[in-house]
Each structure stands twice: as C-alpha cells, then as structure tokens.
Design a binder for this molecule. Structure first.
Ligand SMILES: [Zn+2]
Length: 109
C-alpha cells in the first residue's frame, strides 16, 4: 500500500483512531490564522502579515487529549503537558505543514 492510499484510508478515521492505529496518543490543539480585508478594497479576505515571524496563537487554554482512546491516562497527561510547551508554528511554518499534509511541494521563486 502506498503512502497516498494510507492517507486516503486515514481520512475516514477520527484523530483518535489514527493515533490508536499507530500506538500514539491523540493530543490536539488549534491555532488562529488572522485574515484581513484586502487593502485594495475588493471586499475579500487576505492573510494578515501579522501571522508571520511569530508563533500563531492557540485557541485552547491547554492542548486536549479528550478524544485519545488510550488506556494509559497518566502517560497521556504527561504528553499533553509536554505538548503545552511545544512551540506552535508561525504562518509560514503552518503553510508548509498544510502543504505536506495535502501532498503539495512548495517552491519559492
Ligand atoms: Zn492518550
């Protein structure tokens, strides 16, 4: 089975199911990406440059393990705590994360 087929299969799984299939914990976080009205006044949303060169703000007070199906809550809590201190990406790093997840190759002229 190729990586693409694995990804397709995994698209139908919950995050917790994907983690369990790999023997991992499912720890989730959310970040905000700021949009702003196009400065040309076209009434469309564009990326706010404030997203770059600083870690994106998290939307949770603490990463969540609420959907982790593991049976080792102490270990899960420890990893959740560790992830609380893991740096979040800035906008450019998030772009690369999205590109990798979707199978795109990013190039810069
Ligand atoms: Zn867990």
């Amino acid at each position: 089975m190729t990586t693409t087929e694995n990804l397709t299969d995994e698209q139908h799984m919950t995050g917790g199911e994907r983690a369990a299939a790999r023997g991992a914990h499912y720890i989730e976080e959310s970040v905000s990406v700021y949009l702003m009205r196009d400065l040309a006044g076209t009434n469309t949303w564009v990326i706010d440059p404030a997203n770059f060169d600083v870690a994106l703000e998290t939307n949770y007070d603490m990463p969540s393990n609420a959907e982790c199906p593991c049976a080792v809550p102490e270990e899960c809590a420890e990893i959740r705590h560790r992830m609380h201190f893991a740096p979040t990406p800035d906008g450019e790093e998030l772009m690369h994360m999205l590109a990798d997840a979707l199978g795109y190759t990013v190039t810069k002229p």
